[in-house]
Design a protein around this ligand. Structure first.
Ligand code: PR8
Length: 478
């Protein structure tokens, strides 16, 4: 399947053929995540959780239901979510006295409890997270993993004594994304401060990681929000400070979207033959394929058993495919499913007491000794990931362009690029420039690059020609 020709078709094909997601479940927007995907997602969850733990967070688990009165407490929040909530109105045969929302996000479940748990300055900072599922009645077209109604994510909810404490958390959230999504998983992204008209409902500011997918559209894979005191006031999350005064806490929340991160991973690392799983994350790291000829089955099985033993002793996840299919069929199947390393065992290898390792990405072969097979396989797996990661990051760098002219922006968007433009204002909703980008270019202002101090000097807004105050990034999006 040609990934570059029609990415959308490739994406649908890979989900089905590599047995990642099954869309046949009979509720729209609720696809089933199959073991070949979920076992990798579980490893991603655990890498993220470990990094949160290392940064002073602790895990927790909150109920999935939120009473309507909680959800209504912060005005902007409920306004943003009211169209997206699944409601529970009955239990058995009884109508509930108060409707329960299936959490679309957990601020209004968690903060009433924070009000009980936080009393003094010594209770702060409080940095907790939960891994799980939220539900949103998405009205835009759904797409497996990318826009679903049952969302797999991690959410963190942090409280601080000062605004500066909360601001530092935003920087830490960005760094955690850089470590796990960027370095460990090898998914490139840009980290933006979103425009005011595109904030999380109830937040003062929203910051987001956008990854450019192979079809030239950006996917928001994680967001962190500065909630200020917007929730702590209605939910009365207060502490008595060292000066003896009662104060409201400052809050942040952070949501890496696990299914989107997984979607970005397979999209960046897939090719026309299938996916290419990272060595570290693949459910099976090595597949051993016997090449039987004539009567040599016992001999080959015996030699392969030796290889399997060495791999397993070294904690390498290996699978011996001695099914009745032809070697060619097996190669295709495991290339489709993305196993990073293949070992082929035939007469020739046995006679020479060697092992042949095949790289999934280039299909290059490397001959090695039986004694060093475990070490060489791990080495090959790591080397392959680094090689692919450099190419993926290079691709992303080449896809960032700049422009100061509306027509040129349109042309570059058609080439699948993210464009940096001088822009008049990020403050107001319904700005004519923002509308023009949406209507004429079918694109969105994704925001300003977070952490960048660069400002346009005597430049005009690329859209309206008035004085430019910011460099904004424009892209087509999912
Ligand atoms: C919050 N509250 O809620 P956020 N399908 C797949 N992934 C999705 C979908 C969807 N329909 N909707 C959102 N995501 C805050 C932060 C607690 C945690 C993923 O933030 O609404 C996206 O990657 O921005 C998004 O960036 C992330 O969840 C957080 O959602």
């Amino acid at each position: 399947m040609d990934k570059n020709k029609d990415f959308s078709e490739w994406y649908t094909w890979i989900l089905k053929e590599a047995e990642l997601v099954d869309i046949r479940y009979n509720v729209k927007g609720f696809p089933v995540i199959r073991p070949w995907a979920f076992s990798v997602m579980k490893k991603i969850y655990s890498a993220y959780e470990d990094e949160l733990d290392r940064n002073g967070h602790s895990p927790m688990q909150f109920p999935a239901v939120i009473p309507e009165s909680n959800l209504n407490k912060e005005k902007e929040h409920i306004k943003g979510f009211e169209d997206a909530v699944f409601w529970i109105e009955k239990a058995g045969m009884n109508r509930l006295e108060e409707r329960l929302a299936l959490r679309p996000t957990s601020e209004t479940a968690i903060y009433p409890m924070y009000a009980l748990w936080i009393n003094g300055i010594s209770d702060l900072p409080l940095k907790l997270y939960q891994s799980g599922t939220v539900w949103r009645y998405e009205t835009k077209a759904t797409r497996p993993l990318i826009r679903v109604r049952e969302i797999q994510w991690i959410e963190t909810h942090c409280c601080f004594a000062t605004k500066e404490g909360a601001e530092a958390q935003i920087i830490e959230d960005k760094a955690i994304a850089e470590t796990i999504i960027g370095d460990v998983l090898g998914i490139p992204f840009l980290f933006f401060q979103r425009p005011k008209w595109d904030k999380f409902p109830g937040a003062d500011n929203t910051y987001a990681a956008d990854s450019l997918m192979p079809d030239g559209k950006v996917l928001q894979i994680a967001t962190t929000h500065m909630l200020g005191q917007n929730f702590s006031k209605p939910f009365e999350v207060k502490f008595s400070d060292s000066d003896g005064k009662e104060k409201y806490v400052w809050q942040t929340c952070y949501g890496p979207g696990m299914s989107r991160i997984f979607a970005a991973l397979i999209s960046h690392y897939g090719d026309d033959k299938g996916i290419v799983y990272h060595y570290q994350f693949s459910p099976i790291q090595v597949v051993v394929v016997p090449i039987y000829k004539g009567e040599n089955k016992a001999k080959i099985d015996n030699y392969a058993a030796g290889i399997m033993r060495v791999l397993k002793e070294n904690d390498i996840r290996a699978y011996y495919d001695n099914s009745n299919n032809t070697p060619g069929f097996k190669y295709n199947r495991w290339e489709l499913k993305g196993i990073p390393i293949r070992i082929e065992v035939g007469e020739r290898e046995i006679d020479a007491n060697k092992v042949v390792i095949v790289y999934r990405d280039t299909r290059e072969k490397k001959t090695t000794e039986l004694e060093s097979v475990a070490n060489d396989v791990s080495q090959a797996g790591k080397e392959m990931f680094e090689r692919m990661k450099s190419a993926v990051f290079e691709n992303m760098r080449n896809s960032i362009d700049k422009s100061e002219d509306m027509d040129d922006i349109g042309k570059k968007l058609d080439l699948g690029k993210i464009i940096k433009i001088p822009f008049c204002s990020m403050e107001m909703e319904g700005e004519p420039c923002y509308e023009q980008i949406k209507d004429k270019l079918k694109a969105e202002v994704r925001g300003t690059l977070f952490g960048s101090e660069e400002k346009p000097k005597s430049k005009k807004c690329a859209i309206c020609g008035k004085e430019a105050h910011e460099y904004a990034y424009v892209a087509r999006q999912y």
